[in-house]
Write a protein that binds this ligand. Structure first.
Ligand SMILES: Cc1cc2nc3c(=O)[nH]c(=O)nc-3n(C[C@H](O)[C@H](O)[C@H](O)COP(=O)(O)OP(=O)(O)OC[C@H]3O[C@@H](n4cnc5c(N)ncnc54)[C@H](O)[C@@H]3O)c2cc1C
Length: 313
C-alpha cells in the first residue's frame, strides 16, 4: 500500500483477510491520513451505520480491524520511485526499497508532510514532528501551534514530565473536548503555560521571543516543537507512468491502473470523480484489494465471498 490513510488501511484489511502479506508505506509518523493529520477532532456524520463519530475514532476502529493480520508499517517514508521487476514492482523511498507483487496506491491528496514555517533566529533544537515524550522528561519544551497535534503533543509531553509551554497566534486551540478540558485544567494548576494569542517573533539559543502586543516576552525552552499542520505533496507519485489526469489516476471498474498489478483507490482515483468521501474510497479499497489478490494468486477468485461466512482470528 502506498498510504496508510483510511483507504490504505481498509485495503490492507481485505488483502490480509484474503491471505496476502501487506506492507504499508506512509509519509506521516502515524496512520489515518487526512483524518489524523487534518481533522482528528471533527465529528463525521456520514460514516455508515453510526450517526456521529470522531475522525480519530474511525482511525482507531480501522486499525483494530486490521491488527489481526499483522501488516508491516513503514512510517516516515515517502514512496518516490517505481521500478518494474521480473517479480512485479519495487518501490523506493528516501530510506529503502521494497518489492511487491502488487501495489495499491491509496495516497489521497498526496504525502502529508509538515507545513514549513519561516523562523528568524537560531535555536539548537527545533523540530517539526511530535517528539517522543520519554526523551524530554524534565526539560522545558515550547510547542508552537494550535492544531490538534500541538494540543496532543502538549498533553503527552506534560504527562511524561516535560515542562511545557504552548503558544499559538490565535486564542483558540483544536482538539477533542476531553483534550481541551485537560489542557485548561493543566493551565489552571500551573503545570502548563499557554501564551495565546501570541506571535513567535524570533528564536534565540535559549528559547523564543513572543510578541503579545505589549512588551516582547521571552519563553525559555531547550526544545522548540513547531506543529503547523500539513501540506499534501503529490509530486513524487506524479512521475509514475499511471496516465495521470490532473491530480487523479484513471482506473477501470476493478480499480486497475494502466500498469499491471498496480491498483488505485480513494481520493486519488479518477473513478470516484470529485466524490472525495470515506464511503466511496472504502468501496474502491475493497475492489482494489480483492482484484490484487486475484492478480497475485490467479487461482483465487477476485470475489471475496461474505466475511460473515468466516471465522476471523
Ligand atoms: C477537514 C476534512 C473533513 C472531512 N470530512 C469528511 C466527512 O465528514 N465524510 C467523508 O466521507 N469524508 C470526509 N473528508 C474526506 C476524507 O477524509 C477523505 O476522502 C479520505 O481521507 C480519503 O482517504 P485516502 O486514504 O484516500 O487518503 P488520505 O486520507 O489522504 O490518506 C493518504 C495517505 O497516504 C500518504 N501518502 C501519500 N503519498 C505518499 C507517498 N508518496 N509515500 C508515502 N505515503 C504517502 C499520506 O501521507 C496519507 O497519510 C474530509 C476531509 C477533510 C480534509
Amino acid at each position: 500500500m502506498i498510504g496508510a490513510g483510511p483507504v490504505g488501511l481498509h485495503a490492507a484489511f481485505y488483502a490480509g483477510l484474503r491471505g496476502l502479506s501487506v506492507r504499508l508505506l506512509e509519509a506521516q509518523p502515524e496512520i489515518g491520513g487526512q483524518l489524523s493529520a487534518l481533522y482528528p477532532d471533527k465529528v463525521v456524520y456520514d460514516w455508515p451505520g453510526l450517526p456521529a463519530i470522531r475522525a480519530a475514532e474511525i482511525v482507531a476502529a480501522l486499525a483494530a480491524q486490521l491488527a489481526p493480520f499483522n501488516p508491516e508499517f513503514r512510517f516516515g517514508e515517502v514512496a518516490q520511485q517505481l521500478t518494474q521487476t521480473p517479480q512485479g514492482w519495487t518501490v523506493t523511498t528516501q530510506k529503502d526499497s521494497y518489492p511487491a507483487r502488487a501495489l495499491i496506491v491509496a495516497a489521497g491528496l498526496g504525502a502529508l508532510l509538515p507545513r514549513g514555517v519561516q523562523l528568524s533566529g537560531v535555536h539548537p533544537d527545533v523540530r517539526t514532528l511530535p517528539p517522543d515524550p520519554q526523551t524530554l522528561e524534565g526539560q522545558r519544551v515550547l510547542i508552537v501551534g494550535g492544531v490538534p497535534q500541538a494540543v496532543e503533543a502538549a498533553l503527552k509531553l506534560s504527562a511524561s514530565g516535560a515542562r511545557v509551554s504552548l503558544t499559538h497566534r490565535r486564542a483558540l486551540f483544536r482538539g477533542s473536548p476531553a483534550q481541551l478540558a485537560q489542557l485548561q485544567s493543566l493551565r489552571e494548576s500551573g503545570q502548563l503555560h499557554i501564551y495565546a494569542p501570541a506571535e513567535l517573533s524570533r528564536l534565540d539559543a535559549t528559547g523564543a521571543w513572543l510578541d503579545r502586543g505589549d512588551e516582547p516576552q521571552h519563553v525559555a525552552a531547550a526544545t522548540v516543537v513547531v506543529l503547523n499542520g500539513h501540506l499534501p505533496e503529490l509530486t513524487p507519485l506524479q512521475s509514475w507512468p499511471l496516465g495521470w489526469q490532473g491530480e487523479y489516476i484513471p482506473a477501470d471498474a476493478a480499480q486497475r491502473t494502466v500498469l499491471p498489478g498496480v491498483f488505485v483507490a480513494g481520493d486519488l482515483s479518477l473513478a470516484g470523480g470529485d466524490f472525495k468521501l470515506l464511503s466511496v474510497g472504502l468501496a474502491q479499497a475493497a475492489l482494489a484489494a480483492n482484484h490484487a489478490v486475484h492478480f497475485v494468486r490467479p487461482d483465487q477468485k477476485a470475489k471475496p465471498g461474505h466475511s460473515s461466512d468466516r471465522r476471523l482470528p
